[in-house]
Design a protein around this ligand. Structure first.
Ligand code: IMP
Length: 207
C-alpha cells in the first residue's frame, strides 16, 4: 500500500540544483505543496554510491528526510546506450566533467559516439528515478524511461545534456530539436512524475 503526501504539506526536494528545484516545484504546483530545496536548507550532499538510478535517488531522499524530519523527494537520471551495456548510465554526469571541474556535454556526447560507433545497435534510453522518503525510513520509488536511438552528429539547440543525440522511438526529431512541450509530454521525467503522482501525491488536484 503506498503512502500519500498531505495536500499543502511541506516537502523537501533533495537536490542542490536550483534548476531542478524550479522544475519540480512547477510540476508540483497543482498539488499546493510547500516545496524547499536541500541546498536552501543547508543540507549536505551525500555521496551517490549505488549502481542504479533508484538506489542513488533513495540515498539522497533518505538523507534529506532524516535530517529535516520532513518527507523528501529526490531524482536521479541519466542516459544509457544498449551496445555499451547501459553506459554511461549512473555515470552520465561524470562523463561530462573536465579536468578543471567544469562540464562539457559536447565532449561527453563525442565520447558516447567514439565508444558506440563500431556497433550496429543504436538503441538508447533516458531514465529518471524519483524516490519519496519519509523520516521513518519508508520509501516509494518510481522509474520512468524514454526509449529510442542515439544519433550522430548532434542536432538541435533546445534542451540540455545529451538531448542533441537522442531521437525517441516514433519521432523524427532529437529531444534538442523538439519543443519543450513535446519533450515534456514523452520524457523519462514526465513518466516517472506521472507514476509518483498516481501513487503518492494528494488526491487529484481541483481542476
Ligand atoms: P543527475 O543530475 O545526477 O541526475 O545527472 C543527470 C545526468 O543525465 C546529467 O548529466 C544530465 O545532463 C543527463 N540528463 C538527465 N536527463 C536528461 C535529459 O532529459 N536530457 C539530457 N540529458 C539528461
Amino acid at each position: 500500500m503506498s503512502r500519500r503526501l498531505e495536500r499543502g504539506g511541506r516537502l523537501v526536494l533533495a537536490t542542490h540544483n536550483a534548476g531542478k528545484v524550479r522544475e519540480v516545484s512547477a510540476l508540483l504546483a497543482p498539488w499546493g505543496m510547500q516545496v524547499q530545496g536541500a541546498g536552501a536548507l543547508g543540507l549536505p550532499e551525500p555521496a551517490e554510491t549505488e549502481s542504479s538510478f533508484l538506489g542513488n535517488a533513495a540515498i539522497k531522499a533518505l538523507a534529506a528526510a532524516k535530517a529535516t524530519g520532513l518527507p523528501a523527494l529526490s531524482d536521479d537520471s541519466g542516459f544509457s546506450v544498449a551496445s555499451l551495456d547501459g553506459m554511461p548510465g549512473v555515470w552520465t554526469a561524470d562523463w561530462a566533467v573536465q579536468p578543471d571541474g567544469s562540464r562539457d556535454y559536447g565532449k561527453a556526447m563525442a565520447e558516447v559516439e567514439r565508444q558506440a560507433r563500431p556497433f550496429p545497435d543504436r538503441a538508447a534510453w533516458f531514465s529518471c528515478a524519483l524516490v519519496l522518503a519519509w523520516p521513518d525510513g519508508h520509501t516509494e520509488g518510481f522509474l520512468g524511461e524514454a526509449h529510442g536511438e542515439w544519433v550522430w552528429p548532434p542536432r538541435g539547440e533546445k534542451g540540455f545534456g545529451y538531448d542533441p543525440i537522442f531521437v525517441p522511438a516514433g519521432e523524427a526529431e532529437t529531444f534538442a530539436e523538439m519543443t519543450p512541450e513535446r519533450k515534456h509530454a514523452i520524457s523519462h521525467r514526465a513518466r516517472a512524475f506521472a507514476l509518483l503522482a498516481a501513487a503518492c501525491l494528494p488526491e487529484p488536484p481541483a481542476a
